[in-house]
Design a protein around this ligand. Structure first.
Ligand code: G5P
Ligand code: MG
Length: 224
């Protein structure tokens, strides 16, 4: 029987978490749970949650731990399939909350992409908020300009992708990432992948996950 995989993907804003996540979920058939996509979809639907977080997100600030944690824990607990968590945890407190909830993690994929590459990419990002699909006018443009490839609906630019807000988001990331990496390194879960492009990183990540999955399945068979 195929093992259930529970993965976290970490990386700076614009490092390609969403891009690599969509390749992982297609290849390994798992649910993609993205904190940012969930929040943006709530903003678009003008839910109570969306109204609460809209201003914070457009300014590039993190939303409070109690708000985001409740949403994510609920999602994880109702997801029966394998899952990939993108955008959470964002600080040490969120790591501890996952741990306290006894949500076990198999592997943490850590993307390291140079910051100067990121700031350029985000100027050209367009997204489809209902699905979370991500485009880039240079890297993966939509087939029809400003339209989602699947639904034909309009694409938008994220309000937090303006140059000054991106710098603020990168600064928050720099302050928060080390304790998160230390937390998961102490559990021997972190695999770091360094490079300038998603096309370079993807085959490395894919091979690593194939090996990991095969080993996990082999050790589970031995136990049976
Ligand atoms: P999010 O939504 O989690 P971030 O800031 O972590 O947002 P973001 O911006 O979504 O991350 P990404 O997913 O890492 O970036 O990157 P991506 O979208 O795949 O790629 C970026 C662009 O580059 C795209 O246009 C893509 O097509 C292009 N691209 C990819 N690869 C390449 C390449 O090789 N070459 C080139 N040229 N282009 C490429 O969080 C948003 C906000 O929500 C709140 C916070 O306010 C946060 O700021 N939030 C939370 N707050 C508290 N706690 C949490 N856990 C929170 N989670 C979300
Ligand atoms: Mg993203």
């Amino acid at each position: 029987m195929a093992s259930k995989l529970r993965l976290i993907i970490l990386g700076a804003p614009g490092s390609g978490k969403g891009t690599i996540s969509s390749r992982i979920i297609n290849e390994f058939k798992m649910a993609h749970i993205s904190s940012g996509d969930i929040l943006r979809s709530n903003i678009q639907q003008k839910t109570d949650l969306g109204l609460k977080v809209k201003d914070l997100i457009s300014k590039g600030q993190l939303v409070t731990d109690d708000i985001i944690t409740k949403v994510i824990i609920q999602e994880l607990k109702k997801t029966k399939a394998s899952w990939l968590l993108d955008g959470f945890p964002r600080n040490l407190n969120q790591c501890r909350i996952l741990d306290n909830e006894k949500i076990s993690i198999d592997r943490v994929i850590n993307l390291e992409v140079p910051f100067e590459e990121i700031t350029n990419r985000l100027k050209h990002r367009w997204i489809h908020p209902p699905s979370g699909r991500v485009y880039n006018l240079e890297f993966n443009p939509p087939k029809i300009p400003r339209k989602d490839d699947v639904t034909g609906e309009p694409l938008i630019q994220r309000p937090d992708d303006s140059e000054d807000v991106v710098l603020k988001r990168l600064n928050i990331y720099k302050q928060q990432i080390k304790p998160i990496i230390d937390f998961y390194s102490s559990k021997d879960l972190v695999e770091t992948f360094t490079g300038r492009t998603s096309n370079y990183l993807w085959p490395l990540i894919k091979d690593n996950l194939i090996d990991f999955k095969n080993n996990k399945e082999a050790s589970e068979l031995k136990v049976q």
